[in-house]
Structure formats: C-alpha cells, structure tokens
Design a protein around this ligand. Sequence first.
Ligand code: NCD
Length: 304
Amino acid sequence: MRHLMNPLDFSVEELDRLFDLANEIEKNPAKYAHVCDGKILATCFYEPSTRTRLSFESAMTRLGGRVIGFADANSSSAAKGESVSDTIRVISCYADICAMRHPKEGAPMVASEKSRIPVINAGDGGHYHPTQTLTDLLTIRSLKGHLDGFTIGLCGDLKFGRTVHSLINALVRYPGTRFIFISPEELKVPDYITEMLREKNVPYEEVIRLENVMPQLDMLYMTRVQKERFFNEEDYVRLKDFYVLDTAKMELAREDMLVLHPLPRVNEISVEVDDDPRAAYFRQAQYGVYVRMALIMTLLGLAS
Ligand code: NCD
C-alpha cells in the first residue's frame, strides 16, 4: 500500500506515468467515469480549503466514486481531543482512500503509519503540499511539453508557502532547472532549502525586485502572503502587498512565459493580468482535478 506524503515519494518515471494518465483522462473523461464505482474517498480537512478539498471531491466523483468527510476540525472528533492516529484507524473502516490536510507539519505522516488505506497529504502546515506540486508539474508539462531546463521565478511568501517548498523539492530532479527566488528579506526561502540546492549544485539567485528578473523567466510562480502563519498582524499588513503583478510588469516578460499561482489569490496578481494568454493559473486549477483523478486511481491500484 502506498501513501503520498512528499512529492518525492514518486520517482520521475512514476510521475511521468501519472501525468500521461492525467492527460489521457483530460482527453477522454468518459472512459474513466466509472473506474472508482463503489469506492469511497474520505476528505479529512483540519484546516480551511476550497480548491484542494473540492478538487479531490470533484476528482473522486468524476471517477464514479463517493466522498465522505469533514471540512472543519471543530465539527470532527478532533474537537473532543481525538488523535489523528485514532481518527485514521476509524476512517480506514469507512473509506478506501483518505486525503488529509492538517495545520501541524507531519500530521498526515503520523496518520499514514496507522492507516489501512492510502493517505494523501493535502497540505501539512508550512511543510509540503504534494498534490499542488503534482498539479504544478502537470500544468508545466502539458503547456510546455517538458519539465527540464527551465528558469523558474518563485515570488512572494517563500518562507511560509508550502506550495513553494514542495515545488522546489520536486523540480530539482529535472536537469537544467534554475531558480530565481523573489521575496522581501523577511519572507526568504528557508535555509534548509538553499542548503539542499547548494548540495545538489542547482543554481539559484535571491532577489527583491521582480522587475529586474522578469525578462529571464520561463515561468513565474506567484504566491499569496500566508496570513495564517504570521505571528503578528503588523508584519502581515506591512508585507501583504509587497508584490503586485500587473500588466506593466508583464510587458517586461517573455512572450512565452507562464504565470502560475496555486490560488487563492489576494492582491498579488492584478485581475487585469487574467486576460493575458500567459496567465495559466485557472488552467492550472483544472489540471489539479485531472492529476488528482490519476493519483486516486494509481493509489487504489486501478491505473493499469
Ligand atoms: C495553497 C495552500 O493551501 O497552501 N492553496 C491551495 O491548496 N491551492 C496556497 C495558499 O493557500 O496560498
């Protein structure tokens, strides 16, 4: 039995197979409309989410399966003090697969150790968000045709953004990747990540001004300042509008640069950019459903 905790749990070859399947589903959804008939997905969300939870629910429903779960820790037995280990043992009796989001780093991992069903980490605190990473990789691969050799700018809250940490981890496996980290001093990417990049000889730069690096980028991954992970409101208010991607900045970018964003967006991308053909974030949300369909099938052993 397999779980998905970290994007690196799948080899590059396994990811290629997963993405091939996701593209296959995109082309021919009717063929997959019943592969999960009779199967149940449990969504255990201890932290707010719209996209991730609903995209899992949509994915399972589109495969013909059913969904149970909770979207708020206060409405679950966690409010009575139940541990995630006990919860997952019980959920294992009710469902065939579980997607879990938790504010504590490592909680889905703890759950997976006691689980009798595959557990998918749907975001654990500021740590990882592997299904968002699968979404990001599938989007890039589908729109660009490959995943190697790109210069990727990651902009915004690189300190607390788990989507950023997950994506960097996954992209270092593709040759020719180069990172440009664009953030204010206070929201720089954590040291453990830059240390890992130096160890692996992956080139990266850290800059503050987005305008200066725009022309170099193949991809710009914008992120929201993660309000819920700040210790004080003042710091959040000071930093929240540090970057706003607008049409003037887009003029500095290459014709074929893609703008990605895990969403939700707050102010960091002006709505006027939405009509730019390079804005790929809503297409990215669509790929999130296909990749979760492929993942559910794969973890349930229904992929071949
Ligand atoms: C992200 C998350 O939850 O980390 N959202 C998502 O899953 N699409 C990004 C965010 O909340 O900023």
